[in-house]
Design a protein around this ligand. Structure first.
Ligand code: PEP
Length: 254
């Protein structure tokens, strides 16, 4: 799968429409790849209308765990479930604003309970990486995030390895490092929700993925796809990424 995390972009409904139309055109006929777009909340309904008749799926970039109530500015997983199939929780850009492991676990629990396919992001920062603590940090994040998950959720569970030092920096993780960490994500999850469920969930990589390097991730045996930020805002580049991912999957399947 490819997840297009638009972050706080584009800044107008017209630009969002243009971008989603271009991505839908590129995804047409590429059945091997599931492509999901994650616009800001305000563009979700407009984008949803444009998805009719396309193969694209829709997701939100965050959610809140309570279904409704006095939580100004929040949008619940239950509300999103009526609009989209996917949600991202625990993105490092939100963790950097103070989101805790416990909050990520509550968000993931609510999203899974609302039947949303839930991408849980984990990843170490540069300092932790340099100190040789990447595995320890990431395993702890996965363990905490899955506190409310069960084996029954595995079909809707996606773990994204997103090293913070690679996000938006142009400094993507080497495929060998990414492979080892994605394996760790799956093993850690298997220890919590069971081995069968661990085989079933999806594990993806994110961090400066672009048209030039995407193949080196999607061809990895542990990798079920990529979470793409900056490059997903460039219609031509993201279209090329969809085509090359489909090409890798078609070759693997033949
Ligand atoms: C992201 O937003 O999750 C991300 C990976 O961003 P980028 O591709 O820009 O590094």
């Amino acid at each position: 799968m490819l997840a297009a995390n638009w972050k706080m972009n584009p800044t107008s409904a017209g630009e969002a429409a243009e971008l989603v139309k271009a991505i839908a055109d590129a995804a047409r006929g590429q059945q091997q790849v599931t492509v999901a777009v994650f616009p800001p909340f305000v563009w979700l309904l407009g984008v949803l209308e444009l998805l009719e008749g396309t193969s694209l799926q829709l997701g939100a970039q965050d959610c809140y765990w309570e279904p409704s109530g006095p939580f100004t500015g929040e949008v619940s997983a239950a509300m999103l479930a009526g609009i989209c199939q996917w949600v991202i929780v625990g993105h490092s850009e939100r963790r950097a604003m103070g989101e805790t492991d416990e909050q990520v676990a509550r968000k993931a629990g609510a999203a899974l309970a609302a039947q949303l396919t839930t991408i849980i992001c984990v990843g170490e920062n540069q300092e932790q990486m340099d100190a040789g603590r990447a595995s320890e940090v990431v395993a702890a994040q996965v363990t905490a995030a899955l506190a409310q998950a069960s084996a029954d959720d595995s079909g809707r569970l996606v773990l994204a390895y997103e090293p913070i030092w690679a996000i938006g920096t142009g400094k993507n993780a080497g495929p060998e490092h990414a492979y080892g960490m994605m394996r760790l994500l799956r093993e850690t999850a298997s220890g919590i929700i069971g081995e069968r469920a661990g085989l079933h969930l999806r594990v993806i990589y994110g961090g400066s993925v672009n048209a030039a390097n995407i193949e080196s991730y999607v061809e990895l045996p542990q990798c079920d796809g990529c979470l793409v930020g900056g490059a997903s805002l460039k219609a031509e580049e993201f279209s090329a990424m969809i085509r090359s991912t489909a090409g890798v999957y078609a070759t693997a399947g033949s």
